[in-house]
Design a protein around this ligand. Structure first.
Ligand code: CTP
Length: 406
């Protein structure tokens, strides 16, 4: 089974389902939009409830389904104006002759029509009706009015209609509607079709079955970078050591514990277009972690013999399937830029983000970071900002770089 691209991560779609036999296909449409990472809210017309149940729609969309204007009267509820605007795109599928006429004439007699009148977002119609209704001058005129206002259209297709007649009027298949949604929103997804690999968090290196060596990394920066890359449309894999953070939305997470597991998980995800190594990987592991818990036996404390861990960043940077862009972090406490430059050369990565983690900066575990981006051309210092903002800025830079001619 092919995995659909995460082309709609971070996109919010308001789906209006009107009352027509094609409404059953809208259930599949919801599933396919969600598979691609979109959040889907649904408004059903009263007539649509005859074809699909609010329960099946809310189960598939994992959200509330709105049917009546009265659903929205409670002050704790989302208002109809917010419902109409809290989205990137409004999709009407199926768009019936009746709802198209209401839109063309600016009627607002029910929730669906009201939302369509109140929205300031782009609208995409997937018409579905009998072929005579579709060809009727009234529908033609209404569609022309809506097209002149910039309303988009996908379908209808020609073929056999529900009544056994045939002609133009059949709603487009869900995948064709998804493609139209992607085309409409595509400009905002500069990393669509690109694959990103991100490491994050600390690693835990076992001393014995109950004790381990770790470090203070929270994973916040790496997780934020994975979320930001996914939000720009990248198919994003996050290989994370143990953290307390929730999985970022739209990101496939591979949980690991040790440096060696992290390396194996990363190699299994190649090829990728970009790799960002934000994990604070333990440089060493206890050389002989046994099956049994170490016991105090009254003698001298045990000495820990250490073995060196693989360097994940350096391995990716020198791999036969090297990602086009390999990015590392340099956490330093002194001589930040000089050490980071040397690290970039030593590890063979393209960019290195140098950050000062000396005591008092609050970077480790904190919500802010202050970084310098070092590449072959020089050093660019970014002002101190939240880890989320750094992640978004980095993701935009990555998108610019990957979209340059190869
Ligand atoms: N890194 C890695 N694998 C390791 C060690 C580090 O992938 N085994 C990556 C980190 O994710 C980071 C970069 O290398 O992107 C630099 O990490 P840092 O801990 O600062 O560098 P070290 O190699 O540990 O160098 P040193 O301890 O000498 O400063």
């Amino acid at each position: 089974m092919t995995v659909p691209p995460r082309s709609l991560v971070g996109k919010r779609i308001l789906l209006v389902i009107a009352g027509g036999i094609a409404a059953y296909k809208s259930l599949d449409l919801i599933r396919r939009l969600r598979e691609r990472g979109a959040e889907v809210r649904v408004v059903l017309t009263q007539a649509a409830k005859e074809f699909v149940t609010p329960l099946s729609v809310s189960t598939l969309s994992r959200g509330r389904v709105f049917v009546d204007l009265f659903d929205l009267t409670d002050e704790h509820e989302i208002g109809h104006i917010r419902l109409a605007r809290d989205c990137d795109l409004v999709v009407v599928a199926p768009a019936t002759a009746d709802l198209i006429a209401k839109m063309a004439h600016g009627l607002a007699g029910d929730l669906a029509a009201t939302v369509l009148l109140a929205t300031d977002k782009p609208i995409l119609l997937a018409p579905a009706m009998n072929h005579v209704m579709w060809a009727h001058p009234a529908t033609r005129a209404n569609m022309a009015t809506l097209a002149a206002r910039g309303v988009g259209q996908v379908g209808p297709e020609s073929g056999e209609l529900a009544e056994g007649e045939s002609g133009a009027g059949r709603m487009s298949e869900p995948l064709a509607i998804v493609a139209a949604v992607e085309a409409q929103l595509g400009a905002a997804a500069p990393l669509a079709g690109k694959r990103a690999l991100v490491t994050s968090g600390p690693t835990h290196e076992a001393i014995d079955p109950v004790r381990y060596i770790a470090n203070r990394s929270s994973g916040k920066q790496g997780h934020a970078i994975a979320a930001a890359l996914a939000a720009l449309g990248a198919d994003t894999i996050l290989v994370s050591g143990p953290t307390r953070l929730p999985d970022p939305p739209g990101v496939a997470v591979r949980a690991v514990e040790t440096a060696r597991e992290m390396l194996a998980a990363c190699l299994a995800e190649l090829p990728a277009d970009v790799a960002v190594c934000a994990a604070a990987v333990a440089d060493w592991r206890p050389a002989t972690a046994g099956e049994a818990k170490l016991k105090k036996d009254g003698g001298a404390p045990p000495a820990l013999a250490l073995a060196e861990n693989p360097d994940i960043l350096a391995t990716l940077a020198r791999h036969a399937h090297r990602p086009r862009l390999v990015i590392g972090f340099a956490a330093e406490t002194d001589d930040l830029i000089a050490h980071a430059r040397a690290k970039r050369d030593r590890k063979g990565c393209d960019w290195i983000l140098a950050n000062d983690v000396s005591t008092g900066t609050g970077v480790f575990g904190g919500d802010e970071n202050s970084v310098h981006l070092i590449d072959a051309a020089g050093v660019e210092s970014w002002e101190r900002q939240s880890k989320d903002d750094i992640a978004r800025r980095l993701a935009r830079r990555i998108a610019l770089r990957l979209n340059e001619a190869a």
